[in-house]
Design a binder for this molecule. Structure first.
Ligand code: 5GP
Length: 203
């Protein structure tokens, strides 16, 4: 035992255009990386088939969401293709304070807000090998209506340009390789000296 302890957990923000595979990557990371928790967001979007309240999202009405905005319950919140999404503040602060690392899947403006508030957060952009590849994935998954898919494709084209504001990029061509890349980023960030708690006695 080396006795070195980190001051706080690390916040890993993962963004990327709709359909790039953030869910699959995160599901696997949570199984494989010890000490990593997931921040479940709140949303006013209706659940998709198979989505579970409290697991995928906290699903709520617009009224409830706006009430929580008013009481400062969100670390950040944004509108995305007609729905509201927000990161519950309490869970994130509690887990980071306990030394757990947190992964969250949020869009680019929310990620930029987090980075302004917490410069030590690590922003990872998951990108498809090409926009054509992304379109094919979105059309293939058919969990949304054609109009929503069209909106998400247009949004994705804008989002791809946001990558340059991130700390790291990971290409999701093959899922396993993308996961390995993110694990390496997490490991390196965990070993940063700047994140260590200062020793209480110095010579
Ligand atoms: P979806 O409807 O496909 O689940 O998510 C749509 C977008 O909302 C995705 O880009 C996702 O990353 C983003 N998102 C999910 N939760 C949050 C959140 O709490 N805050 C922000 N800013 N974006 C979120």
């Amino acid at each position: 035992m080396h006795g070195l302890k980190r001051e706080r957990g690390i916040l890993f923000v993962i963004s990327g255009p709709s359909g790039v595979g953030k869910n699959s990557v995160l599901t696997q990371l949570l199984k494989e990386v010890p000490g990593l928790c997931y921040s479940v967001s709140a949303t006013t979007r209706p659940p998709r088939t198979g989505e579970v309240d409290g697991v995928n999202y906290f699903f709520m009405s617009k009224e409830e969401f706006l009430r929580k905005v008013g009481t400062g319950d969100f670390l950040e919140h944004e509108e995305y293709v007609g729905n509201l999404y927000g990161t519950p503040r309490g869970y994130v602060e509690e887990k980071l304070g306990e030394g757990y690392d947190i992964a969250m899947d949020i869009e680019c403006r929310g990620a930029a807000q987090i980075k302004r508030m917490m410069p030590e957060a690590v922003l990872i952009f998951l990108t498809p090998p090409s926009i054509e590849d992304l379109k094919a994935r979105l059309l293939g998954r058919s969990t949304d209506s054609p109009e929503v898919i069209e909106k998400r494709i247009r949004k994705a084209e804008v989002e791809m340009g946001e990558m340059y504001k991130y700390d790291y990029y990971v290409v999701n061509d093959e899922l396993e390789l993308a996961i390995e890349d993110i694990k390496k980023i997490m490991w390196a960030e965990r070993l940063k000296v700047a994140r260590l708690a200062k020793p209480s006695v110095t010579k």
